[in-house]
Design a protein around this ligand. Structure first.
Ligand code: HEM
Length: 321
């Protein structure tokens, strides 16, 4: 058990977890990024509901949503860290893990601040159906992401996270990785999306697109980014300029992690200020207010080389999924 508020210690333990030989491509980073995103992506700016507080996926109502299939593995991976640092809220842990994962895979540093609180029951969990449906197109993407408060450029930048990880037939029904290096964060996704020829995959599964060798894949929502005249402009910019992509992704992912977060006396999103807030909500959770309000310094710093080698220690103890 670390000292409450020692986020640096949490980060160090998260880094030790990342490499996991035998699981997918040998790294749990991609699924941690998906956990952080699905946690935050329920936000509705009109009602101020959903978002990255609450850790609602601990309850069947949100955790059992088919849109979240597979994320139980991510939550299980993080359980030893929660046990060791029991003072941290699940919602802080999940969001922090996503940010640390991106950095550990060579991505940009993401500004992250603590202070999220966890629901004590499932009554404030928003209805299902707020996450994007991969089978649909650009109109759907705009509906979903505008609802969270994002614009076209931000939708494309966020989609660049599909540079990481893969689709699993037993989770979403789709299959395969988007790029050849799914545990290295880069702008490859935009390059392959733009420069390769994508044809409907010949198989029994749902419509997805395949490259000529049928090694890489794109979802219908990924293809929508090159069929839409506004989105494609940003795909081109990010395909040509990785630095610009990293900068924009860092900003937009930090924004995503702040959606719906209410810290006592402040609403960092500037949206839905204190909407629906009850005295009961102010008391939710287990993060001491002083720790929640304390600005993070060290834990927010980019990784040092000393932190980079990700040891294999403790990995043998973790089960292969
Ligand atoms: C634009 C709308 C989006 C759709 C329709 C979508 C859909 C999907 C689907 C179907 C999967 C495969 C899940 C599985 O079978 O395991 C997936 C994986 C993933 N998504 Fe998205 N996604 C979207 C946006 C995002 C965003 C905004 C992020 C993060 C910023 C993200 C990050 C990821 C990651 C990292 C994975 C790989 C997970 C793994 O390897 O286990 N996605 N997404």
């Amino acid at each position: 058990m670390s000292k409450p508020g020692n986020y640096e210690a949490v980060k160090a333990d998260l880094l030790k977890l990342m490499h996991l030989p035998g699981y997918d491509d040998g790294h749990i980073g991609p699924i941690l990024v998906r956990l952080a995103w699905h946690h935050a992506g329920t936000y509705d700016k009109e009602t101020g509901t959903g978002g990255s507080s609450g850790a609602g996926m601990r309850y069947e109502k949100e955790g059992g949503d088919p849109a979240n299939a597979g994320l139980q593995h991510a939550r299980k991976f993080l359980e030893p860290v929660k046990e060791k640092h029991s003072w941290i809220s699940y919602s802080d842990l999940w969001t922090m893990a996503g940010c640390v994962a991106i950095q550990s895979m060579g991505g940009p540093f993401i500004k992250w601040e603590p202070g999220r609180t966890d629901f004590t029951d499932d009554t404030k969990i928003p209805p299902r159906g707020r996450l994007p449906n991969a089978a649909l197109g650009s109109e759907h993407l705009r509906q979903i992401f505008y609802r969270m408060g994002f614009n076209d450029q931000e939708i494309v930048a966020l989609s660049g996270a599909h540079n990481l990880g893969r689709c699993h037939p037993d989770r979403s029904g789709f299959s395969g990785p988007w790029v050849n290096t799914p545990t290295k964060f880069s702008n490859s996704y935009f390059k392959v999306l733009r420069n390769m020829e994508w044809k409907p995959k010949k198989w029994d599964g749902p419509l997805q697109y395949a490259d000529e060798d049928d090694k890489l894949m794109m979802l219908p929502t990924d293809i929508a980014l090159i069929k839409d005249e506004e989105f494609i402009k940003w795909v081109d910019i990010y395909a040509k300029d990785q630095q610009r992509f990293f900068q924009d992704f860092s900003n937009v992912f930090a924004k995503l992690m702040e959606l719906g977060v209410r810290r006592d006396g402040q609403d960092p999103t500037g949206e839905g200020k204190d909407k629906n807030k009850t005295p009961e909500q102010s008391k939710e959770g287990d993060v001491p207010l002083a720790a929640a309000q304390k600005p993070l310094t060290t834990a927010q710093k980019p990784l040092t080389t000393a932190q980079k080698p990700l040891t294999t220690q403790a990995e043998t103890a973790r089960s292969k999924l």
